[in-house]
Design a protein. Sequence first.
Length: 569
Amino acid sequence: MELDLYAQVGILLGIATVVSLIMRLLRQPLIIGHIITGFLVGRFALNLFSELETLKLFSELGISFLLFSVGLTLNPKAFKDNGLVSIFTGFGQVVLTGGIGWLICMLLGYNSVTSLYVGVALAFSSTVIVMKLLSDKGDLDKLYVKLSIGSLLIQDLIAIILLFIIPFTNGTGEGGDILQTLIFGALAIIAIFLFSQHILKHLHPYLTRSQELLFLFAISWGMGISALFAALGFSLEGGALIAGIALSTLPSRHEIGARLAPLRDFFIVVFFIMLGTTMVVSDFGAILIPSLILSLFVLVGNPLLQLIVMGRLGYRKKTSFQTGMMAAQISEFSLILVALGVSLNQVDENVLSMVTLVGIITIFISSYLILYSDGIYKHIAKYLSIFERKKTREKRIPSTHIPVILIGGSRIGFDFINLFSKGDKNFLVVDHDPDVISALQKNGLNTEYGDVNDPDLLEDLKVHKAELIVSTVPSLETNLILLSIAKRNGKGPYVIVVAHQIGHALELYEAGADYVVLPHFLGGIYAAKLVKKFTNDALELQSIRETHIKKLHARLVQGQEHPKFDRSV
């Protein structure tokens, strides 16, 4: 008996939940579980869905919502700052990986056309998979992520252009279509950003009066722009990203992203299930060895090429390494590209099966490489120095002694900056977000860009010689690294860190922290004191309320800029 669509979706979600629970118990990435679910419900095992159109629609929504959310975190200024690097790394990966991939396929005995298809397919990394993993990891605001996003977008653009051009090599299509499409796309982008800057900015106060209206507007804006770009001949992904970037300068962008998160997470799960469903490999024995060789090239060769390019461009070895990890898998565009070659009778079907198997292997393994890149880096950092120049564009270590170091200049860090600004000791703010650093520098503060997960940076900063270190970063691993270097030999500065869990706080105390701030508990204590004040004196609470409103207005971020700090003593 064939199940109706509702029952099929219900069973699908049930299986996905069980598999995800198993992955969670095994401490494995959930994305792996979703792909496994796709295998189980697809033709590989249960053959649950008679047709996949519904899953395809859900997966397209997931891609759109994910890239729309990513776009909300990308201020157009980031493209201006990192655009040249993104072009170098994006084009560099396509050219170098494509060329070496073509050579490997020729050595494996494939003809030149097939080798070209496969080589180019290996050159594209997956924007969707990388963004999902980085979102899970919580690294979306770091420099290496901004660089990776730029590189991935360049690759996606190249892939889209190739998908337009390839049919013409088979004698199909009209010569002027590509140029016309690109012109329409450019005009659409210009119109969207003009509308965002000159009309949406004035409509925004009205939209934010109703949270339901803001939510509905965000969905309709994202899906509408995606549909527009798809109608013009571009991808849904590109349209969704442009839609998000167009809203990235609005004050409510964080609220929009937070409200879209549950919807995004649901549909993106279906995308990965769909990916697993469609990955059916035939003639396994004949393609196994070539697939393993090509997978090894993608997993090792792509990151290595990125390391070389990023190092030559002047980035620190950790930034180069983590950017390289983003390139260790092939893209959904890779499968689409080879499938197009099959439909044009330029490539055999077994080649598509081989590239599909490469996709399965690289997606699985790269998930671990991306999520655990910090731990991997610790073990191989000393071997990566050959890729780093003596003078890097990230390295601006102060030559004078800094008695006070603040790690993390946003959120909680704002209060510490105000406190230190009123003192008489020189202090340094360290942050991994270039936008935060730029805003702080405009206010005349002494800053240092860097990721404190990098022990080399902490050594360069001479944290063990400071008098006081305050870390507002709530990451347990980050603070343990900081304490291990700052408190070497049982000595060192006073170190205050932040934690969100009691267990983490106790572990940090054991590692030598002088005080651990638990914001949630402090907030509860402060709220209780306010209740007590209210019961005793309502006028005093009103005064506190007005003071708080003024402070919140002072904190209100316009774009990516921090408010001015009171440097009076």
